[in-house]
Design a binder for this molecule. Structure first.
Ligand code: F6P
Length: 327
């Protein structure tokens, strides 16, 4: 029989994502419902190393469901990658009587969770990253809000590009993955979308596309570039050389990580927060809460980290058709 969980710690780590607060709130409320004490671990894994931990109260989570960022703060922790750092974290768990941890974040957060669970601490992960690059789950908290933010920005850019008959090159976050850029490209009707997962012939798929669009009477062009595919500045230079246009570059950057989460992110975060505490209470450890076929499931962290997430074929085929790539 698994030991009864009395005290759970919750942390957010890595790049923040809209909806993390909603997940923290859900963890807290599920703990209260189960008579489990909920501790906030501040500043990600660093907080566990440094004992930056305190008991959460109702007022800590009041009205945070609609707030972007994370009230627990976030950080990347090189020290947690070391055995010494992990040992300090284990000591903090012992000191505060933490029976289980809910770690909200992305790939790096889960590598930390895996290391800690190997030291005998129960850990369950919740995927929170705008990149949507965790292979074991169809969705990660924050993606929808980030996509909508980018779409809103690009719609605004399009207005001014149209007035001045210009070409716009917009760089979208996503680290090594193009999930966000593909989604945003589809939603904004981009002229071309450059992502790492879809090798293109620049001359044929960008330069020729712009020339053809021009001949068809188009006067402005929107090129969406995933940060993992190329630097927007360099793409703009190549377009200038190839077409004579003088593109304007916008790197959306961290603006994509902020803002009030959409309903989808709030609800996903709330479901996952609930599920994570239930999983720990049921004696599970070393799991990531995932969504597959619309259902919440939990997956072994090691297995999840060994998986690779490509962009789904339907989106790739749709994108190729919408942007006129005939390879
Ligand atoms: O993983 C989330 C993310 O926003 C990526 O899209 C981006 O590459 C990275 O984090 C930026 O990290 P930082 O906040 O350290 O600049």
């Amino acid at each position: 029989m698994s030991k009864q969980i009395k005290r759970i710690g919750v942390l957010t780590s890595g790049g923040d994502a809209p909806g993390m607060n909603a997940a923290v709130r859900a963890v807290y409320r599920t703990c209260v419902n189960r008579n489990i004490e909920c501790l906030g671990i501040f500043r990600g894994w660093n907080g566990l190393i440094n004992g930056d931990v305190r008991r959460l109260t109702q007022s800590d989570v009041s009205h945070i469901i609609s707030r972007g960022g994370t009230v627990l703060y976030s950080a990347r922790s090189p020290e947690f990658k070391t055995e010494a750092g992990q040992q300090k974290a284990v000591n903090t768990c012992k000191l505060f009587g933490i029976d289980g941890i809910v770690a909200i974040g992305g790939d790096g957060t889960f590598r930390g969770a895996l290391a800690l669970s190997k030291h005998g601490i129960s850990v369950v992960g919740i995927p929170g990253t705008i990149d949507n690059d965790i292979a074991s789950t169809a969705y990660t908290i924050g993606f929808d809000t980030a996509a909508n933010t980018a779409v809103e920005c690009i719609d605004k850019l399009r207005d001014t590009m149209q007035s001045h008959e210009r070409c716009s090159v917009v760089e979208i976050m996503g680290r090594d993955a193009g999930h966000l850029a593909v989604y945003v490209g589809l939603a904004t009707g981009a002229t071309a979308v450059l992502v790492p997962e879809l090798p293109i012939d620049f001359e044929r798929d960008v330069i020729e596309k712009i020339r053809a669009a021009r001949l068809n009477g188009f006067t402005h062009y929107m090129i969406v570039v995933a940060e993992g595919a190329a630097k927007a500045m360099e793409v703009a230079e190549k377009i200038k050389e190839g077409t004579g246009l003088d593109p304007r570059v916008t790197v959306l950057g961290h603006i994509q990580r902020g803002g009030s989460p959409t309903a989808r992110d709030r609800v996903t975060a709330t479901r996952m927060g609930y599920y994570a505490v239930e999983a720990l209470a049921a004696g599970k450890t070393n799991r990531i809460i995932c969504i597959r076929d619309g259902k919440n499931i939990d997956v072994d962290i090691e297995e999840a980290l060994s998986m690779h997430k490509g962009i789904n074929q339907l989106d790739l085929d749709t994108l190729k058709t919408m942007t006129g790539i005939n390879d």
